[in-house]
Design a protein around this ligand. Structure first.
Ligand code: ATP
Ligand code: MG
Length: 214
């Protein structure tokens, strides 16, 4: 079976989506030769701090940000079936007929450093490849020492073999030093969002009066 059609899977709260997220998608797309990247707004377990914007608004902003032909949005984690764990989403994709060997889960290095506490992590790492992209202050190559138990699975994009056992591909590329927290703070302070979020997302935020109270 061919695994040549490679799809990236970038989950996040996207509250709101910003230029850093798009840089992560672009970096993984370029470094791993992905055919497409799916942005996946996540639902949050009830006992964790909830997103400020509604699921519908977060998905709508992700859709507006997905302007490149290879970018798309999935609302699979927003359908009310409870908290999103990557492992259970992978179960659902597999049940839908997706070949998980063609999928690459994308995260920032700040998120991946907590991977050992993820739901069903051992099984997850054996099932699907990861692309871990540097975030300002969180270089992906540092994960070789921070997560030394997983270091044997870590490879550079140049040495990655998509058909091999699932790997952790470290992508050391620059991304915009932006966070959703920073964007919400800028809105609350009445500052411009130019350079922080795509123009269409800025217009959506203004039109819907989002984040003005945070
Ligand atoms: P918040 O400030 O609310 O925590 P965030 O900016 O971290 O938001 P998330 O939706 O939590 O955004 O991030 C989704 C994914 O994108 C995570 O894997 C995170 O590591 C990654 N990511 C977000 N911003 C960047 C960035 N500027 N560079 C690299 N990775 C990023
Ligand atoms: Mg975050």
């Amino acid at each position: 079976m061919t695994t040549s059609a490679r799809r990236g899977w970038l989950g996040g709260t996207f509250d709101p989506i910003h230029c850093g997220h798009l840089d992560v998608a672009r970096a993984a797309h370029a470094a791993l030769g992905l055919n497409r990247v799916t942005l996946v707004p996540s639902s949050i377990p009830p006992h964790r701090p909830q997103p400020v914007a509604s699921a519908a608004d977060r998905a709508a902003m992700a859709q507006l940000a997905a302007s490149e032909p290879w970018l798309e949005v999935s609302t699979i984690e927003l359908d009310g079936r409870g908290p999103s764990y990557t492992a259970t989403t992978m179960d659902r994709l597999a049940a839908l007929g997706v070949d998980l060997r063609s999928l690459v889960v994308i995260t920032g290095a700040d998120a991946f450093v907590g991977i050992l506490s993820w739901h069903r992590v051992d099984e997850l790492l054996d099932r699907v490849s990861f692309a871990v992209v540097s975030r300002p202050g969180h270089p992906a190559p540092a994960l070789r020492t921070a997560l030394s138990a997983l270091a044997p699975r870590m490879v550079s994009p140049e040495s990655w073999q998509p058909s091999s056992h699932p790997s952790i591909v470290l992508v050391d590329a620059p991304t915009a030093p932006v966070s959703s927290t920073m964007v919400r703070a800028a809105i609350a302070a009445g500052q411009s969002l130019t350079g922080l979020v795509p123009e269409a997302v800025e217009a959506y935020i203004a039109a819907h009066g989002l984040y003005t109270g945070t």
